[in-house]
Write a protein that binds this ligand. Structure first.
Ligand code: GLT
Ligand code: MN
Ligand code: MN
Length: 387
C-alpha cells in the first residue's frame, strides 16, 4: 500500500505548527525559528496541499507597510513556485500583552476596537493570499475571575464583533466562511464557548449564521473529556464543519497538540472514517507540533507522521466498510422494521393511534445481546493489522 501524501489529500499545516520552536511555560525554545517561505517549500516537498497562517506568523505586529510588502512578495513567490495554497487564515489575538484580558470580549472598548481593526487587516491579508476559510480561535476570550466581566456582556461583545466581521467580508466580496474554534481552557482559566455544542448554539444567535461554522480541534474536546468524534458528527449534522484541527491529546491535560494518532488511535480511526464516509471535502489541517525534544529533522518526521497515519487510517476505514463479518455484525446490531419505521418517521393522528395500540415484547427486546464485544474486538484486530 502506498501511503504517500499528495496535494489531492488536502493536508495542510499552519506556519505556527511546523514552525513551533518548542517553547513551553517552563522552558525556552529548543529549536530555531524557520522562515515562512522555507516552510512552504518543505511542506510542498513532503506532499502537503496548503499552509495556514495568523497575520503575525508572516508579518510582524510592528512591521511597516514597506516591510509587509517585501515579506508578502517573498511568501507569494514561494507559494507560486511550490504550488502550495493558503486555504485558511486567522488573527493572532492572544500573544500581544494588549490581549491579556481578551480581544473581542475585552472590558476595554479601546482594546475591543483594536482587536477588530487587527482582524479586518488580517482578513485583507488572508484574502490577498486566496484564503476562503477564516478561523476564529478565542483563546483569550475568557476569564479567571467572574467578578469583573458579566458573562452576558462578554457574549454580547463577542456577537457584535462577529457580526461586524461578517458584514465586512461581504462588503469586500471576500467570500469568507468563518470557523469558530472552541477550547475549554488554556490560556484562560475558562474560555467562552468552550466546546463544539456551545459554539453551535451561539452561531444561531448571529445576524448571518450561514457564514459561521466550526473548526473543532481533537485536543480541545478531549481536554474537556468529551468524545471528539461525536462533536465532529454534530457539526457535520448541522452543516457546520467548515474546517478541522487534527492532532492528539491525553484527556484532562494541558493542550498537548500531539502528532495525529499519537495517543488515541481508535478515536483517530473513527474520526477519519467519519470524515471520509461523510464526504467532508475541506482541508485536513494538522494543528499540532513536534515534541519539544526534537530538532528540525524531528519536525519533518512529525509532519510526515501526521499525514501517513491519516492515510493508513483512511485505508483501514475502507477495509472496515468492506469487511463482510464486520458489516454483518453492524446489520444485525441495527434491527430494522419497515412497518414500524413507517409509523414513527412522521407524526400523524393515525400513526400516533396505531403506535399507542401496538404491543411490544419488552422482556424479549431487553434480552437481546448487541454483539458489540465481537464487533469492537474485530475493529481492534483490524487496527492492529491482523485482519
Ligand atoms: C494556537 C491554538 C490553536 C489554534 C490556532 C489558531 S493558534 O496555536 O493552540 O488551537 O487553532 O488561532
Ligand atoms: Mn490545541
Ligand atoms: Mn487549533
Amino acid at each position: 500500500m502506498n501511503y504517500t501524501p499528495q496535494p489531492q489529500h488536502k493536508f495542510t499545516f499552519g506556519l505556527w505548527t511546523v514552525g513551533n520552536v518548542g517553547r513551553d511555560p517552563f522552558g525556552l525554545p529548543t529549536r530555531p525559528p524557520l522562515e515562512p517561505d522555507y516552510i512552504v517549500y518543505k511542506l510542498a516537498e513532503i506532499g502537503a496541499y496548503g499552509v495556514n497562517l495568523h497575520d503575525n506568523d508572516l508579518i510582524p505586529i510592528d512591521a511597516t507597510a514597506a516591510e509587509r510588502k517585501k515579506i508578502l512578495a517573498r511568501f507569494t513567490k514561494a507559494l507560486k513556485e511550490s504550488g502550495l495554497v493558503v486555504p485558511m487564515a486567522t488573527t493572532n489575538l492572544f500573544s500581544d500583552p494588549i490581549f491579556k484580558d481578551g480581544a473581542f470580549t475585552n472590558p476595554n472598548t479601546k482594546i475591543r476596537a483594536y482587536a477588530l481593526q487587527k482582524t479586518l487587516r488580517a482578513m485583507d491579508l488572508g484574502a490577498e493570499l486566496g484564503a476562503k476559510i477564516y478561523v476564529l480561535w478565542g483563546g483569550r476570550e475568557g476569564a479567571e475571575v467572574d467578578a469583573g466581566m458579566n458573562t452576558l456582556d462578554a457574549l454580547a461583545y463577542y456577537r457584535e464583533a462577529l457580526n461586524f466581521l461578517a458584514e465586512y467580508s461581504e462588503s469586500q466580496g471576500y467570500g469568507y466562511r468563518f470557523a469558530l474554534e472552541p477550547k475549554p481552557n488554556e490560556p484562560r482559566g475558562d474560555i467562552y464557548l468552550p466546546v463544539v455544542g456551545a459554539a453551535l448554539g451561539f452561531i444561531a444567535t448571529l445576524d448571518k449564521p450561514h457564514l459561521f461554522g466550526l473548526n473543532p480541534e481533537f485536543a480541545h474536546e478531549t481536554m474537556a473529556g468529551l468524545n471528539f468524534v461525536h462533536a465532529v458528527a454534530q457539526a457535520i449534522d448541522a452543516g457546520k464543519l467548515f474546517h478541522i484541527d487534527l492532532n492528539d491529546q491525553k484527556m484532562s491535560r494541558f493542550d498537548q497538540d500531539l502528532r495525529f494518532g499519537a495517543e488515541n488511535l481508535k478515536a483517530a480511526f473513527f474520526l477519519v472514517k467519519l470524515l471520509e464516509d461523510s464526504g467532508y471535502d475541506g482541508p485536513r489541517h494538522f494543528d499540532a507540533h513536534a515534541l519539544r525534544t526534537e530538532d528540525e529533522a524531528g519536525v519533518w518526521e512529525f509532519a510526515k507522521g501526521c499525514m501517513r497515519t491519516y492515510l493508513i487510517l483512511k485505508e483501514k476505514a475502507r477495509q472496515f466498510n468492506q469487511d463482510p463479518e464486520i458489516q454483518a455484525l453492524i446489520r444485525a446490531y441495527k434491527v430494522e422494521d419497515k412497518a414500524l419505521s413507517a409509523l414513527t418517521r412522521k407524526f400523524s393522528p393515525q400513526n400516533a393511534a396505531a403506535l399507542k395500540a401496538r404491543k411490544f415484547e419488552r422482556a424479549a427486546l431487553a434480552q437481546r445481546g448487541a454483539g458489540l464485544e465481537r464487533l469492537d474486538q474485530l475493529t481492534v484486530e483490524l487496527l492492529l493489522g491482523v485482519r
